[in-house]
Design a protein. Structure first.
Length: 276
């Protein structure tokens, strides 16, 4: 699943192409994805100009000149393609934005877990998509104090808490594993046992890991591709994720190997020595 760095990278790529451009016509190639396409999608998108492209959690937000926002979620395997006028429709192309300069923005989603919707910008935060969304991890508002307050009543493992989009938005399996490793925190540690010192390390690690990934262009896992067609490169820098049975990269004994456990059906990778 595309995580925050992949979505942020996609937003930045789209911004270069979309901002200031007029949408001549949108086209839907099926009735919907995870949810049906809104019936009034064309009404609110056709003929408008794109003001900006932003991100909220894992949502791409295309802000329009008429005060509406088109939101796109990439789901499990969705990707955005920037195509030319002669783009040949692919089996998994489901939503197309045609621009005044003949370029096309295509949502390609083989597993169809993504979504597209349209919202009035004034009603955005109260909508079903955003009213329960968690704190932005790269915001200055995410502090050790805030994290401690959100975790104090949670008895679940800290790894599972990090995946809760109502707690912190945008963190997925890969970057949860990486942030916990950087912070030296066991993924099995109960959330309500996280001290202020550990919370401080974790907040710093979350921001560091995500910032590095965005700078590197997102991960190259499976289906994710940049809008310009280039794969990300952060996968080469993973310290624990996908490294089961390999030596820990820290400077302790060479016989300490990365372990993998299953938590709520998801693989968790960690060092049994570094992380407590």
């Amino acid at each position: 699943m595309p995580e925050l760095p992949e979505v942020e990278t996609t937003c930045r790529g789209l911004a270069k192409v979309l901002i200031g451009k007029k949408i001549t016509k949108i086209k839907t190639l099926r009735s919907g994805l995870r949810i049906p396409f809104p019936k009034d999608l064309s009404k609110y998108m056709n003929g408008t100009k794109v003001v900006s492209v932003t991100r909220r959690g894992k949502y791409i937000c295309i802000n329009l000149s008429n005060g509406y926002v088109s939101i796109i979620h990439l789901g499990m395997s969705g990707r955005i393609i920037i195509g030319k006028k002669e783009h040949v429709i692919n089996l998994h192309d489901h939503f197309i934005i045609n621009l005044s300069n003949s370029q096309k923005i295509i949502l390609n989603d083989p597993r169809r877990f993504g979504l597209v919707s349209i919202l009035n910008i004034d009603e955005m935060e109260s909508s079903k998509f955003f009213r329960n969304i968690g704190q932005e991890p790269l915001s200055d508002d995410l502090t050790p104090e805030l994290l401690c307050s959100k975790l104090k009543d949670k008895k679940i493992a800290i790894k599972l808490a990090l995946l809760d989009q109502k707690l912190i938005s945008g963190i997925g399996n890969i970057y949860a594993c990486e942030a916990l490793f950087r912070a030296g925190i066991s993924p099995r540690r109960k959330s309500n046992s996280i001290s202020h010192i550990r919370a401080s390390r974790l907040v710093n690690s979350i921001k560091l890991v995500l910032t590095e990934a965005i700078k590197a262009g997102g991960s190259s896992i499976k289906d994710f591709v940049h809008p310009d067609g280039e794969l990300g490169y952060f996968a080469t820098k993973w310290r624990v994720y996908g490294r089961e049975g390999e030596p820990c990269l820290c400077n302790h004994q060479k016989n300490v190997l990365i372990k993998r456990i299953i938590q709520s059906g998801r693989s968790t990778f960690f060092c049994p020595v570094c992380q407590r």
